[in-house]
Design a protein around this ligand. Sequence first.
Ligand code: HIF
Length: 288
Amino acid sequence: NGDSASSPKKPFVPTQADYQKVYDAVAARLADETDYDDGSYGPVLVRLAWHASGTYDKETGTGGSNGATMRFAPESDHGANAGLKTARDFLDPIKAQFPWITYSDLWTLAGACAIQELGGPTIPWRPGREDRDVAACTPDGRLPDAAKDQRHIRDIFSRMGFDDREMVALIGAHALGRCHTDRSGFDGPWNFSPTVFTNEFYRLLAEENWIQKKWNGPKQFTDKTTGTLMMLPTDMALMKDKGFKKHVERYAKDSDVFFKEFSDVFVKLLELGVPFKTEDRFVFKTSE
Ligand code: HIF
């Protein structure tokens, strides 16, 4: 997409309109490629953006979305990142079409795009991430382990700089997508509309009767009513902890509040540790 580039001597400086073109290309590809999972690559793009960002450590300033080091082993082989090659490969044609965008900007932009295209809130986004080499790969163990409890959630997300309210607001993104036995070992979607961004995660968590699933796989929970939905041990932990539960109940009751608070915290997640040169964020236009 060199059409807005001027003379070969001057470096191409993309504008908001150029990033909107990238957004539109991701959105178009999402609309075209419906032969995957529940009909959309959107959820796995959200997961890629989050796993690229969620390695951030506020003490050392290492990790985070700046770098896109998940392109390389060992980070690509970390157990938590199983299945994310699908998302990275999905974006390769977009990278080929817009070679000027960094992988780190592209992955986070695609996550914001997926949330908007799946009916979620707008996710204001800004560019400025630079790709780094294999030496910047983060050590294994920075992403959360779904088999654990509320203490682990607090350990992992306070290392990134989030408070209780923000942790609960983030986890509502599990309204999207599903677990795969060949990736995490867990199985199933969290709700009946895994390709639509809603506050259903909280409503079901608060209102359904969740029982332990009887199977040979890792410990997970299923809804007593249909036996088709799932919750991870970390999801269930939100109801066991008073500090978390009050926010689950707030978001279960009020979708608008959830959308607003989720947007703020997801923007923060995608920006952790990035040395931006600009304060201004772009609000991308969602496709029809
Ligand atoms: Fe997930 N998450 N996540 N997650 N996640 C999975 C899938 C998705 C955790 C574990 C898992 C967040 C937090 C946590 C998404 C988005 C976000 C899976 C299943 C597991 C095990 C992977 C598979 O088998 O394919 C844990 C322990 C978290 C901390 C509590 C974030 C808030 C919810 C930060 C977030 O945005 C999405 C989307 C998926 C679905 C991916 C798919 O392929 O459909």
